[in-house]
Ligand binder design. Sequence first.
Ligand code: PEP
Length: 270
Amino acid sequence: MQAWVIGNWKQNPATSHDVNALLDDLLTAINAEKQVDTEPSNSRCKLMVAPSCIHLAAVTARLKDSSMLCAAQDISGHSASTGAYTGDCSAQQVADAGATWTLLGHSERRQYHRESHDTLLQKMTHALTQDLGVVFCIGETQTQYDEQQTLNVINEQLSVVKDLLVQQPALISSLSERLIIAYEPVWAIGTGKVPTVEEVSHTHQHIKQTVAGFAKTVDNMTVLYGGSVNTDNADSFAADSMIDGALVGGASLKAQSFLAIAHAFNRTSA
Ligand code: PEP
């Protein structure tokens, strides 16, 4: 199974200068791996970064000759193309800037922008109709985890995918290439707290089975884990066959730690 390691840069780095410095570090390290004939961190593990919208075009231009992909962190739910939606960036604009994927439903968007089921269904439809792949983020809060509600929360969040397929059945055949699920327990994001590998594995199995129940052709959905992944714990997540990669926040802001996490998944992917 193809592994993925995706860096969510959030509202970082602060300046174009610092974005370029991070890209310099990433591209220099990847080229150095190629030259010394060690197995590059991206030979079996796809790498992708999600910069702020303001930096998208510059980042995609710099990644043009590399195998690293670029995603937006969000797109407008109002329109797939243009319209009177001040402050929004549409799927078409993001694709025009060179991005090929977008994150959707990150817990920070759900929390600070009150993103609902209907909003996310609109965004997912717009992304897929503009040929953007979608990394759909789901996960429970601390309270929901404590109350053992994880699988119920996940079922509810995944109903966006179910409804998408009811509305757009033509998407079923290509869904496994164009949709990735990122399981990110909200309480693990940026906190240094992580669930056990067994817990993550069990939840991922549930996600894969649930999506397969929506459409038989989607019988092995790519499911990434996100939440305080770092160089110390990446190997243990990578060793589990249910965990197809990682969505990485803080540790993606340093080339060395991001690529070390990619190496962990590169070693274990078939
Ligand atoms: C994230 O925000 O998607 C994330 C996983 O962050 P961190 O790795 O910093 O917990």
